[in-house]
Design a protein around this ligand. Structure first.
Ligand code: C2E
Ligand code: CA
Ligand code: CA
Ligand code: CA
Length: 275
């Protein structure tokens, strides 16, 4: 370390200070972003692979920062979780997504991402109930997405918590399957409506035997135990065909539609039969 000299050490520390200051500023901004109406939701279509129709949309949050422009959720969601403000932000997401979905044509559902921190607070139930009541959206048209890690790290009462959510009439999906530590056997014990297979498996299935094996096993298990499966991050026609041939129920990805606005009169925009 000595050989790096005084200047190197100094510039390293300077970089650190800048980072700390930038992070502190982002924290301060994040705490007021909700009341300043800086968040928006965009919606990505979910396609049923049998009917080839759009059956729902996933709500994805966007932060329009007054000076930085668009900040990615990958950059601020972890911070919001640390600060605890994810609970309030998540409550807003639920309310906004339900309000929007209530204007869509019949049957379309909205999928909302729920953070592990939100999942651990009893407030989640109040937020879901309130969002449904205020929007008038039928409960079965709301699906909450919990990451595999959130579900697995929740402890011994996971199944009860998931059941309690489903008792509200909403659907529960496991997000990013394959990125955490749950096994196929574990899936069998959990009360889930849908498994979303992480896009890394979809992306590498054609070249990686173990990814293909996971896709095959999860879609097979889903069929056997009656849990719907969805492949994430579909970018090519080949990936779409593969999922379909494996009997995967639904797909989502840039090929089908990028996250954006849902037009009020035609929320079935992307059901163009191109596949
Ligand atoms: P996620 O829930 O796995 O959402 C899918 C992400 O993949 C989205 O990124 C989406 O834009 C992107 N994506 C969709 N199709 C494709 C594709 O074909 N190729 C590629 N390369 N990417 C695709 P986004 O919107 O940046 O969100 C990132 C993550 O941030 C989400 O991952 C989710 O974990 C989190 N997030 C987003 N909105 C919310 C929210 O309202 N609440 C919470 N708690 N987390 C959220
Ligand atoms: Ca998701
Ligand atoms: Ca995902
Ligand atoms: Ca993800």
């Amino acid at each position: 370390a000595k050989r790096t000299g005084r200047n190197r050490v100094f510039s390293y520390e300077e970089g650190m200070l800048e980072k700390v200051a930038a992070r502190h500023q982002l924290e301060t901004d994040l705490k007021t972003a909700l009341e300043n109406h800086e968040f928006r939701l965009v919606y990505q279509p979910i396609r049923d692979l049998r009917s080839e129709r759009t059956v729902g949309f996933e709500a994805l949050i966007r932060w329009h920062h007054p000076t930085r422009g668009l900040v990615s959720p990958a950059d601020f969601i972890p911070l919001a979780e640390e600060l605890g403000c994810i609970v309030a932000i998540g409550g807003w997401v639920l309310a906004e997504a339900c309000r929007e979905a209530a204007t869509w044509q019949d049957g379309m559902y909205v999928a909302v991402n729920v953070s592990a921190v939100q999942f651990r607070t009893p407030l989640l139930f109040a937020h879901v109930t309130q969002a449904l009541a205020e929007s008038g959206l039928p409960a079965h048209r709301l699906e909450v997405e919990l990451t595999e890690t959130a579900i697995v790290s929740h402890g011994t009462h996971v199944a009860q918590t998931l059941e309690a959510l489903r008792a509200l009439g909403i659907k529960v999906a496991m997000d990013d399957f394959g990125t955490g530590y749950s096994s196929l056997a574990h899936l069998r014990d959990l009360p889930l409506d849908r498994i979303k297979i992480d896009r890394s498996f979809v992306a590498t299935a054609a070249t990686d035997n173990s990814s293909m094996a996971v896709l095959r096993a999860v879609t097979q298990l889903g069929r056997d135990i009656g849990i719907a499966t969805l492949g994430e991050g579909v970018e090519t026609v080949e990936q779409m065909r593969l999922l379909k041939s494996l009997g995967c129920d639904a797909a989502q990805g840039y090929l089908i539609g990028k996250p954006g606005a849902v037009e009020p009169a035609s929320s079935d925009l992307s059901a163009d039969g191109a596949f």
